[in-house]
Design a protein around this ligand. Sequence first.
Ligand SMILES: [Cu+2]
Length: 238
Amino acid sequence: MRLPLVLGAALGLIAATGAPAIAYEAATVTDGGTIKGKVVFAGNPPAKKKVIPTKDKEACGSGVREVDQILLGPDKAVQEAVGYLKQIGKGKAWEKPAKTPAIDNVKCDFTPHVQVIPAGDIEIVNSDPVLHNTHGFLGKVTVFNVALPNQGQRIAKPLKKPGMVRVECDAHGWMLGWIYVADNPYYAVSARDGTFTLTNVPPGSYTLVAWQQYAGAVEIPVTVKPKEVAPVTVELKK
Ligand SMILES: [Cu+2]
């Protein structure tokens, strides 16, 4: 009776994370190229969600909170989109983060709202004088669930599996954050002008993914030539 259970668990895992990640190997990159992406939104911008806190008003405010679903700059540029290469098996070495990445509860929002980290620990921090219950999901699976009753609290939790982790607060329904756990070091979060850069990419053909919380993900084929810049405009729609 054990085998079907194990199989079921394995299938569930694949369903939650997409295709299984291929192992990544760091190697010397010769004549690497650069991908310069620009993310734009082609649809009608959605209205901000309006929320009125019913508790913790000193920390969270007593008026209407306007919650962005997408952050747009001039020329429909999309901020805080994640760009990354999919299924790349070999390339530049990981840069070790200077310090453990963190997601902070600040004025009843997550800071940063979107980030990318290598597999490893994330520190969950509470800068507010109220209880936040920070809850991370990979698909439907809980990957951490941390109650932080005290201001200044920090608790590290491991994120081992690659994929997009959605972060909610069980105490404040509007709070939403995203942690993309990368399976290779070719990733970036778009700037205010919608641009992002992936450097030192081995020449070759790849699939570039761009993702944003409201618009979802698109995949674009991109070819990188030795020492050249490959410009890519990514159009998100809804
Ligand atoms: Cu909260």
